[in-house]
Design a protein around this ligand. Structure first.
Ligand SMILES: [Zn+2]
Length: 53
């Protein structure tokens, strides 16, 4: 299952409202607003650690 990097929502395959590719990786989003937010600040979301620091 994919996770929306912006809001953290879980997205079932095929249920994403949008996706974008950043640095060779595809990110999927629950809504177009999240995609827009990601594209505004891709560094912030793409580099977010997956483990709690
Ligand atoms: Zn979202």
């Amino acid at each position: 299952m994919e996770t929306d990097p912006v809001c953290g929502a879980r997205i079932r395959p095929g249920q994403e409202a949008g996706s974008t590719t950043y640095q060779g990786k595809t990110y999927r989003f629950c809504c177009t607003e999240c995609r827009r937010e990601f594209e505004r600040k891709p560094k912030q979301y793409a580099t977010a650690p997956t483990s709690a620091a």
